[in-house]
Design a binder for this molecule. Sequence first.
Ligand code: ATP
Length: 298
Amino acid sequence: MSPAALLRCPAKLNLGLEVVGVMPDGYHEIRTLFQTIDLADDLAIELHDSELLLETDGSDVPSGHDNLVVRAASLLRETTGVEQGARIRLSKLVPVGAGLGGGSSDAAVTLMALDRLWETGLGLRGLSSLAVQLGADVPYFLHGGLCLGLGRGEKLFPVQSDLSKTVFVLVCPRQILSTSQIYSDWDARLTSSAKDSRLRRFFASALAGQVEWGHLHNDLEGPAAQRAEGVLAARSALCESGAHAVLMSGSGPAVFGVFLEPQQAKDAERNLSAAGHRTYLCRAISRAEYVEFIGFQD
Ligand code: ATP
Protein backbone atom coordinates (compact mmCIF):
# COMPACT_ATOMS: atom_id res chain seq x y z
CA MET A 1 0.00 0.00 0.00
CA SER A 2 1.42 3.40 -0.94
CA PRO A 3 -1.00 5.70 0.85
CA ALA A 4 -2.24 9.00 -0.53
CA ALA A 5 -2.64 10.21 3.05
CA LEU A 6 -1.15 9.21 6.40
CA LEU A 7 -3.17 10.79 9.18
CA ARG A 8 -3.61 10.84 12.97
CA CYS A 9 -7.00 10.83 14.69
CA PRO A 10 -6.55 12.38 18.15
CA ALA A 11 -8.51 11.40 21.24
CA LYS A 12 -10.35 13.92 23.40
CA LEU A 13 -10.82 14.48 27.08
CA ASN A 14 -14.00 15.89 28.56
CA LEU A 15 -12.41 18.20 31.10
CA GLY A 16 -15.85 18.55 32.67
CA LEU A 17 -19.29 17.17 31.83
CA GLU A 18 -22.67 18.20 33.23
CA VAL A 19 -25.92 16.46 32.33
CA VAL A 20 -28.61 19.15 32.11
CA GLY A 21 -31.57 16.84 31.50
CA VAL A 22 -33.32 14.63 28.98
CA MET A 23 -34.57 16.21 25.74
CA PRO A 24 -38.01 15.37 24.22
CA ASP A 25 -36.30 13.06 21.67
CA GLY A 26 -34.79 11.02 24.54
CA TYR A 27 -31.21 12.29 24.13
CA HIS A 28 -29.46 13.81 27.12
CA GLU A 29 -28.67 17.49 27.03
CA ILE A 30 -25.16 18.16 28.29
CA ARG A 31 -22.64 20.91 28.90
CA THR A 32 -19.10 19.77 28.36
CA LEU A 33 -15.62 21.07 27.79
CA PHE A 34 -13.72 19.13 25.12
CA GLN A 35 -9.93 19.12 24.72
CA THR A 36 -8.00 17.17 22.06
CA ILE A 37 -4.84 15.36 23.20
CA ASP A 38 -1.84 13.80 21.45
CA LEU A 39 -2.96 10.18 21.94
CA ALA A 40 -4.15 9.21 18.44
CA ASP A 41 -5.18 6.41 16.08
CA ASP A 42 -3.32 6.13 12.74
CA LEU A 43 -5.18 6.16 9.45
CA ALA A 44 -3.63 5.36 6.04
CA ILE A 45 -5.77 6.05 2.98
CA GLU A 46 -5.14 4.93 -0.59
CA LEU A 47 -7.51 5.82 -3.42
CA HIS A 48 -9.38 2.99 -5.13
CA ASP A 49 -11.52 3.07 -8.30
CA SER A 50 -14.78 1.99 -6.72
CA GLU A 51 -14.54 -0.12 -3.57
CA LEU A 52 -14.47 0.96 0.08
CA LEU A 53 -12.15 -1.39 1.98
CA LEU A 54 -11.09 -1.20 5.63
CA GLU A 55 -8.31 -3.09 7.37
CA THR A 56 -8.04 -2.66 11.12
CA ASP A 57 -5.74 -4.11 13.76
CA GLY A 58 -8.08 -3.54 16.70
CA SER A 59 -9.97 -6.66 17.77
CA ASP A 60 -12.34 -4.43 19.82
CA VAL A 61 -13.67 -2.57 16.77
CA PRO A 62 -16.00 -3.80 14.02
CA SER A 63 -14.25 -4.33 10.68
CA GLY A 64 -17.16 -3.95 8.27
CA HIS A 65 -19.86 -1.39 7.67
CA ASP A 66 -20.38 -0.87 11.41
CA ASN A 67 -16.97 0.75 11.71
CA LEU A 68 -17.33 4.52 11.94
CA VAL A 69 -14.61 4.96 9.30
CA VAL A 70 -16.65 3.01 6.73
CA ARG A 71 -19.87 4.70 7.83
CA ALA A 72 -18.25 8.12 7.35
CA ALA A 73 -16.87 7.26 3.91
CA SER A 74 -20.19 5.73 2.79
CA LEU A 75 -22.16 8.75 3.99
CA LEU A 76 -19.86 11.10 2.07
CA ARG A 77 -20.29 9.00 -1.09
CA GLU A 78 -24.07 8.88 -0.74
CA THR A 79 -24.31 12.62 -0.08
CA THR A 80 -22.09 13.75 -2.93
CA GLY A 81 -22.71 10.97 -5.46
CA VAL A 82 -18.97 10.45 -5.88
CA GLU A 83 -18.14 7.00 -7.26
CA GLN A 84 -14.50 6.71 -6.23
CA GLY A 85 -13.49 4.35 -3.44
CA ALA A 86 -10.67 4.01 -0.93
CA ARG A 87 -8.56 1.39 0.84
CA ILE A 88 -8.21 2.46 4.44
CA ARG A 89 -5.94 1.00 7.13
CA LEU A 90 -6.80 1.92 10.73
CA SER A 91 -4.34 1.28 13.56
CA LYS A 92 -6.15 1.62 16.89
CA LEU A 93 -4.03 3.17 19.63
CA VAL A 94 -6.85 4.97 21.49
CA PRO A 95 -8.57 2.56 23.91
CA VAL A 96 -12.04 1.62 22.63
CA GLY A 97 -15.19 2.41 24.61
CA ALA A 98 -13.15 4.37 27.15
CA GLY A 99 -14.79 7.80 26.87
CA LEU A 100 -11.92 9.12 24.75
CA GLY A 101 -13.90 9.52 21.52
CA GLY A 102 -11.59 7.39 19.34
CA GLY A 103 -14.34 6.22 16.98
CA SER A 104 -15.74 9.75 16.58
CA SER A 105 -12.28 11.10 15.80
CA ASP A 106 -11.68 8.35 13.21
CA ALA A 107 -14.99 9.28 11.56
CA ALA A 108 -14.27 13.03 11.48
CA VAL A 109 -10.73 12.61 10.09
CA THR A 110 -12.07 10.19 7.44
CA LEU A 111 -14.65 12.80 6.37
CA MET A 112 -12.03 15.58 6.17
CA ALA A 113 -9.50 13.39 4.34
CA LEU A 114 -11.87 11.97 1.74
CA ASP A 115 -13.46 15.38 1.11
CA ARG A 116 -9.96 16.45 0.00
CA LEU A 117 -8.91 13.26 -1.80
CA TRP A 118 -12.20 12.81 -3.66
CA GLU A 119 -12.41 16.59 -4.24
CA THR A 120 -16.03 16.67 -3.06
CA GLY A 121 -15.53 20.22 -1.77
CA LEU A 122 -17.95 20.17 1.17
CA GLY A 123 -15.49 21.88 3.52
CA LEU A 124 -16.01 22.07 7.27
CA ARG A 125 -19.45 23.64 6.97
CA GLY A 126 -20.76 20.94 4.62
CA LEU A 127 -19.12 18.14 6.59
CA SER A 128 -20.73 19.31 9.87
CA SER A 129 -24.19 18.10 8.86
CA LEU A 130 -22.76 14.69 7.93
CA ALA A 131 -20.72 14.50 11.13
CA VAL A 132 -23.72 14.97 13.41
CA GLN A 133 -25.47 12.03 11.68
CA LEU A 134 -22.53 9.81 12.66
CA GLY A 135 -22.48 10.71 16.36
CA ALA A 136 -22.81 13.61 18.79
CA ASP A 137 -19.03 13.89 19.33
CA VAL A 138 -18.07 13.73 15.63
CA PRO A 139 -18.64 17.47 14.83
CA TYR A 140 -16.18 18.43 17.59
CA PHE A 141 -13.37 16.51 15.87
CA LEU A 142 -13.77 18.68 12.75
CA HIS A 143 -12.36 21.54 14.88
CA GLY A 144 -10.39 20.18 17.85
CA GLY A 145 -8.73 22.28 20.56
CA LEU A 146 -10.60 23.53 23.61
CA CYS A 147 -14.36 23.81 22.94
CA LEU A 148 -17.52 24.14 24.95
CA GLY A 149 -20.09 21.60 23.73
CA LEU A 150 -23.80 22.15 24.33
CA GLY A 151 -26.94 20.29 23.24
CA ARG A 152 -25.82 16.68 22.78
CA GLY A 153 -22.26 18.04 22.53
CA GLU A 154 -22.66 19.00 18.86
CA LYS A 155 -23.22 22.76 19.42
CA LEU A 156 -19.67 24.00 19.65
CA PHE A 157 -18.12 27.16 21.01
CA PRO A 158 -14.30 27.54 20.79
CA VAL A 159 -12.68 28.64 24.04
CA GLN A 160 -9.53 30.74 24.09
CA SER A 161 -7.43 29.41 26.93
CA ASP A 162 -3.90 28.12 26.92
CA LEU A 163 -3.51 24.65 28.41
CA SER A 164 -0.17 24.04 26.67
CA LYS A 165 1.70 23.79 30.00
CA THR A 166 -0.71 21.21 31.42
CA VAL A 167 0.25 17.54 31.28
CA PHE A 168 -2.35 14.78 31.56
CA VAL A 169 -1.76 11.27 32.86
CA LEU A 170 -4.49 8.90 31.67
CA VAL A 171 -5.35 5.69 33.46
CA CYS A 172 -7.59 3.44 31.35
CA PRO A 173 -9.21 0.51 33.14
CA ARG A 174 -9.45 -2.48 30.80
CA GLN A 175 -13.21 -2.42 30.54
CA ILE A 176 -15.41 -1.18 27.70
CA LEU A 177 -18.38 0.95 28.78
CA SER A 178 -21.35 1.65 26.53
CA THR A 179 -22.09 5.39 26.37
CA SER A 180 -25.86 4.83 26.03
CA GLN A 181 -25.83 2.46 29.01
CA ILE A 182 -24.10 5.02 31.24
CA TYR A 183 -26.52 7.77 30.20
CA SER A 184 -29.49 5.55 30.94
CA ASP A 185 -27.97 4.82 34.37
CA TRP A 186 -27.66 8.52 35.04
CA ASP A 187 -30.04 9.68 37.71
CA ALA A 188 -31.09 13.33 37.83
CA ARG A 189 -31.29 13.19 41.63
CA LEU A 190 -27.57 12.66 41.86
CA THR A 191 -26.68 16.01 40.33
CA SER A 192 -27.46 19.64 40.89
CA SER A 193 -25.50 20.81 37.87
CA ALA A 194 -28.49 22.04 35.83
CA LYS A 195 -29.01 24.86 38.28
CA ASP A 196 -25.51 25.34 39.59
CA SER A 197 -23.02 25.02 36.73
CA ARG A 198 -19.51 24.38 38.04
CA LEU A 199 -18.33 24.57 34.41
CA ARG A 200 -19.35 28.22 34.38
CA ARG A 201 -17.19 28.85 37.42
CA PHE A 202 -14.29 27.13 35.67
CA PHE A 203 -14.75 29.48 32.69
CA ALA A 204 -14.77 32.52 34.88
CA SER A 205 -11.48 31.41 36.47
CA ALA A 206 -9.90 30.58 33.07
CA LEU A 207 -10.94 33.94 31.61
CA ALA A 208 -9.41 35.65 34.64
CA GLY A 209 -6.14 33.85 33.76
CA GLN A 210 -6.24 31.63 36.87
CA VAL A 211 -7.43 28.18 35.80
CA GLU A 212 -9.23 26.60 38.77
CA TRP A 213 -9.37 22.88 37.98
CA GLY A 214 -11.25 22.20 41.23
CA HIS A 215 -14.47 23.54 39.65
CA LEU A 216 -14.59 20.70 37.12
CA HIS A 217 -16.70 17.61 37.58
CA ASN A 218 -18.19 14.79 35.49
CA ASP A 219 -21.82 13.89 36.30
CA LEU A 220 -21.37 10.47 34.62
CA GLU A 221 -18.59 9.36 36.96
CA GLY A 222 -21.03 7.95 39.56
CA PRO A 223 -22.90 5.73 37.07
CA ALA A 224 -19.63 4.67 35.38
CA ALA A 225 -18.01 3.77 38.71
CA GLN A 226 -21.01 1.52 39.50
CA ARG A 227 -20.33 -0.48 36.31
CA ALA A 228 -16.52 -0.40 36.29
CA GLU A 229 -14.67 -0.72 39.58
CA GLY A 230 -11.50 0.41 37.79
CA VAL A 231 -12.83 3.99 37.81
CA LEU A 232 -12.44 4.41 41.57
CA ALA A 233 -9.13 2.54 41.58
CA ALA A 234 -7.79 4.83 38.83
CA ARG A 235 -9.01 7.93 40.68
CA SER A 236 -7.35 6.84 43.95
CA ALA A 237 -4.09 5.94 42.20
CA LEU A 238 -3.93 9.33 40.44
CA CYS A 239 -4.76 11.22 43.64
CA GLU A 240 -1.98 9.36 45.47
CA SER A 241 0.41 10.24 42.63
CA GLY A 242 -0.05 13.92 43.44
CA ALA A 243 -2.32 14.95 40.55
CA HIS A 244 -3.56 18.54 40.86
CA ALA A 245 -7.08 17.39 39.79
CA VAL A 246 -8.54 14.01 38.79
CA LEU A 247 -11.50 13.62 36.42
CA MET A 248 -13.20 10.96 34.32
CA SER A 249 -13.56 11.54 30.56
CA GLY A 250 -16.93 11.22 28.79
CA SER A 251 -18.86 8.14 29.89
CA GLY A 252 -15.64 6.53 31.14
CA PRO A 253 -13.97 4.47 32.29
CA ALA A 254 -10.80 6.46 31.36
CA VAL A 255 -9.72 8.73 34.21
CA PHE A 256 -7.08 11.45 33.92
CA GLY A 257 -4.90 13.40 36.29
CA VAL A 258 -4.00 17.03 35.65
CA PHE A 259 -0.35 17.82 36.38
CA LEU A 260 1.18 21.28 36.34
CA GLU A 261 4.78 20.00 36.59
CA PRO A 262 5.94 17.84 33.61
CA GLN A 263 8.48 15.87 35.68
CA GLN A 264 5.89 15.01 38.31
CA ALA A 265 3.57 13.77 35.53
CA LYS A 266 6.35 11.61 34.03
CA ASP A 267 7.14 10.08 37.42
CA ALA A 268 3.47 9.44 38.12
CA GLU A 269 2.93 7.78 34.74
CA ARG A 270 5.97 5.54 35.18
CA ASN A 271 4.94 4.47 38.69
CA LEU A 272 1.31 3.83 37.75
CA SER A 273 2.38 1.78 34.72
CA ALA A 274 4.81 -0.23 36.87
CA ALA A 275 1.91 -0.90 39.26
CA GLY A 276 -0.01 -2.53 36.38
CA HIS A 277 -2.27 0.31 35.22
CA ARG A 278 -2.76 1.02 31.50
CA THR A 279 -1.40 4.56 31.32
CA TYR A 280 -0.67 7.35 28.81
CA LEU A 281 1.24 10.60 29.23
CA CYS A 282 -0.46 13.26 27.10
CA ARG A 283 -0.51 16.94 26.28
CA ALA A 284 -3.28 19.15 24.92
CA ILE A 285 -3.51 19.80 21.16
CA SER A 286 -4.70 23.36 20.58
CA ARG A 287 -6.97 24.37 17.70
CA ALA A 288 -4.02 26.18 16.09
CA GLU A 289 -2.00 22.93 16.03
CA TYR A 290 -4.89 20.64 15.16
CA VAL A 291 -4.78 20.51 11.34
CA GLU A 292 -1.02 19.99 11.32
CA PHE A 293 -1.20 17.37 14.07
CA ILE A 294 -3.70 15.35 12.02
CA GLY A 295 -1.29 15.47 9.08
CA PHE A 296 -3.00 17.76 6.57
CA GLN A 297 -0.57 19.93 4.64
CA ASP A 298 -2.61 23.19 4.81
P1 ATP B 1 -17.47 8.66 23.29
O1 ATP B 1 -16.62 9.18 24.38
O2 ATP B 1 -17.38 9.47 22.02
O3 ATP B 1 -18.87 8.38 23.69
P2 ATP B 1 -15.98 6.17 23.42
O4 ATP B 1 -14.61 6.73 23.38
O5 ATP B 1 -16.47 5.72 24.74
O6 ATP B 1 -16.96 7.21 22.79
P3 ATP B 1 -15.35 4.64 21.06
O7 ATP B 1 -14.00 4.09 21.32
O8 ATP B 1 -15.46 5.78 20.13
O9 ATP B 1 -16.07 4.97 22.45
O10 ATP B 1 -16.28 3.40 20.56
C1 ATP B 1 -17.64 3.35 20.80
C2 ATP B 1 -18.26 2.19 20.02
O11 ATP B 1 -18.13 2.42 18.62
C3 ATP B 1 -17.64 0.84 20.30
O12 ATP B 1 -18.69 -0.03 20.64
C4 ATP B 1 -17.03 0.38 19.00
O13 ATP B 1 -17.24 -0.99 18.72
C5 ATP B 1 -17.74 1.22 17.94
N1 ATP B 1 -16.84 1.64 16.84
C6 ATP B 1 -17.13 1.68 15.54
N2 ATP B 1 -16.09 2.14 14.81
C7 ATP B 1 -15.10 2.41 15.68
C8 ATP B 1 -13.78 2.92 15.53
N3 ATP B 1 -13.27 3.26 14.34
N4 ATP B 1 -13.05 3.07 16.64
C9 ATP B 1 -13.58 2.77 17.86
N5 ATP B 1 -14.80 2.27 18.05
C10 ATP B 1 -15.58 2.09 16.98
